[in-house]
Design a protein around this ligand. Structure first.
Ligand SMILES: [Zn+2]
Length: 293
């Protein structure tokens, strides 16, 4: 396990194994005149963590914090994601899995991701600035994936790290217990407005150069939400329950297995149903059964 460093201005992107595809992710090393920081220390940093003065975390998910054990320095995360960094039990709870699946997830976080609890972790909020001397890192709160999910704008380089607004064909993930589809969409609109030179994602799409290309890819990524709406509407030509919709699937392909699939599908379906109900595009024909209008 090792990373590959690629520089964008004075921002080093530490590309994780398998181009940062899960369970890996991409980290950043940002150096100023007086201090340096690492963003999202991944599994790929465990073997040789680059020295730094502090760690910033975009959100409390295992692939973004697996390398924290290599650092005995202050760790900062948005205050809404603090519990998941401070305790593994809170991190597990954030996934909203049934109890029997929680034990397996807890084992995976401990043994495969080496998740280290950081009860000393500090909270930041939107607009918090970390001054590294001639270089600043500004927190951009982008909730939806998790409640505390954040991006970081690094200046003067003009590098915006957008973390798990990751531009993959999978599309936005808002199936966690603390996820929110409306927040996710507002966050995509917000980072669409930010003019940067580079846009760094946490996973296999890597770094996108220039706002026009970023916006094109972001629109395609956001379009997956509309595709899920369309798939759901097509399925609701007959009255269906949430369980039937979850079994039919809006998020995962049929071959994907695991105890997370059902709860994620269910929470995703619920959020789409509420939206389509509000828009008058579906009706509840009897208690718990929905059909397209
Ligand atoms: Zn995540």
């Amino acid at each position: 396990m090792a990373y590959t460093a690629v520089d964008y201005g004075e921002v080093s992107v530490l590309i994780g194994d398998r181009l940062g595809a899960y369970p890996y992710s991409n980290s950043l090393l940002v150096r100023g005149a007086t201090a340096s920081l690492v963003v999202d220390p991944s599994l790929s940093l465990i073997a040789s963590p680059p020295p730094a003065d502090l760690v910033l975390v975009s959100h409390a998910h295992e692939d973004h914090i697996a390398g924290i054990g290599g650092y005995d320095i202050p760790v900062h995360v948005h205050r809404d994601d603090l519990p998941g960094l401070r305790s593994r039990a809170a991190l597990v709870a954030g996934y909203g899995l049934p109890p029997e699946a929680e034990a397996e997830l807890d084992r995976m976080l401990r043994d495969d991701f080496h998740v280290q609890e950081r009860p000393d972790a500090n909270g930041f909020e939107d607009g918090t600035v970390f001054d590294l001397g001639g270089r600043t890192v500004t927190v951009v709160h982008l909730p939806g994936h998790t409640a505390g999910h954040c991006g970081f704008l690094i200046e003067p380089d003009g590098f915006l790290f957008v973390a798990d607004i990751d531009l993959t064909s999978f599309g936005p993930y808002y199936g966690g217990a603390d996820s929110d589809l409306a927040d996710f969409e507002a966050s995509m609109r917000r980072c669409r407005e930010i003019d940067a030179r580079w846009y760094g994602t946490a996973h296999q799409k890597g770094v996108i150069e220039g706002a026009p290309e970023f916006r094109r890819r972001l629109d395609a990524f956001a379009g997956v939400v509309e595709k899920r709406d369309a798939a759901l509407l097509a399925f609701l030509t007959e009255p269906r329950t949430i369980d039937q919709i979850a079994d039919h699937r809006l998020v995962y392909r049929p071959h994907v297995e695991g105890s997370h699939v059902q709860p994620v599908e269910r929470r995703t379906a619920e959020q789409h149903l509420h939206r389509l109900l509000r828009q008058g595009r579906i009706t509840e024909v009897e208690k718990g059964k929905f059909r397209a209008t």
